[in-house]
Ligand binder design. Sequence first.
Ligand SMILES: [Zn+2]
Length: 489
Amino acid sequence: MDRREFMKSAALTSAAAALAPATAPALAQPAAAKTFVGIQMDIGRILSDGVDRVLDDIQRLAHVNALFLYTITYMEERVHARTTAPFRGGNFATVHPQYYHDTLLKPEDTRSPYFPGLDILATVVPAARKRGIKTFCWIIEDNTLPNVPNMDKLWEVGLDGHPATRHPGGPCFNNPNYTNYLLGLVEDYCRSYQVDGIMFGSERQGPLGYSLGAYHNGARADPATTCCFCSFCESKARRIGIDIARVRQGYLALQKFVRAGRSNQRPIDGYYVAFWRVLLQYPEILVWERFWTTGQQDTYAALHAKVKSINPTLLAGWHIWQNASWNPIYRAEQDFAAMAPFTDYVKPVVYNNCAGERMISYLDSVGQNFQGDLAKSQALDFEYKVLGYNEAPLDKLAAAGFSADYVYRETKRTIDSLTGTRTQTYPGIDIDVPTAGGHSKCTPEGVRDAVLAAYKGGAQGVVLSRSYSEMKPENLRGAGIALESLGLA
Ligand SMILES: [Zn+2]
């Protein structure tokens, strides 16, 4: 049975029968959801299935009323379309050059040539609006340097003086060529199409977290490539009185500490003490970390102001990297209360199923430096205590993933942080985010419980994630079942 046939039959019959609470109404017509139900939509499925078919399916299965459309990406795996031509990503909408100013990027160069004649927003927005479905332009920073003229001049420069070419380096928030380009891009989208707003995602962190490899898959990062030391950052630092020479010395000392740990050379006083010694000797390390984060947050604020200047009813919100679920330093930096004045909504990533293996990957990395004194199981206990989780022990974690309780706790933490503000919380729900073989996989019941947990935590909506093409229909249906059982659809 192929995917489409499966969607027609199994999702609406067996999954519903197995999952629907006894009191839930029979699913006849898709009901309009009484809450915000977003879904991250790749263009591949729209091209392969047709926009009406896709909208039919997501409404019927999960009562979706908002699309987060990947309108621009240079990464083939985010597009989910396969043709024989070599992939060239970029902007899948029409580029209107009049909205772009003061950037080295030529807007026409950012247009993807991969699907000639395609304008994804012109294709999707009118069809979605006809059904009362909102469309948000979903702009996520890519993980590798795209092959676009002058793009390299927007990217960060590492401690070693070499331009960054991949994550966790990326375009520099202190480089006006990048921020002006972003402002032009959102202006283009918001003025040229009847969209409902944007979501911007920056899955990166400052030089401290980068040097320590304090993120999942972080053990791969070489602290010598820590960013950013570009000329724009240096000029800004000088203007505000930061001693860039001391910053460099500090990061070189941190590099030495991390490299020794990666070679299993335990410091005489232990990892934790040695880490603090570096920080105390070079407090500029923290100054530079804050400098980077301020650049990121200032960019959020500028994007929000731009969107509101075009139309105050449009929404601007942020996808918050899941690193906040394991790295306490990053969590401290992503301060929702401080972000509220320039944030209409946040989408904290609470992908529970893949969180197990991601947490382990994080521990594998920081266990080679500032948490190196702890056994891995102790480091995990520390994480659970510090971050407020009650999840599986180390030996069962990869197979179990995180539970719906994690979704509840993270949603509640976000809601509590935003008390007294107008910022909405739409947690990102894991539906078949890929995991390694033998590790936890999503189920209809697991997705249902994650959605229920988000609402129990006070969420005003959800964003079904991370890409429609990855989602098995029966698992997507789990979200619909939860909404029905809550009386929200
Ligand atoms: Zn820079």
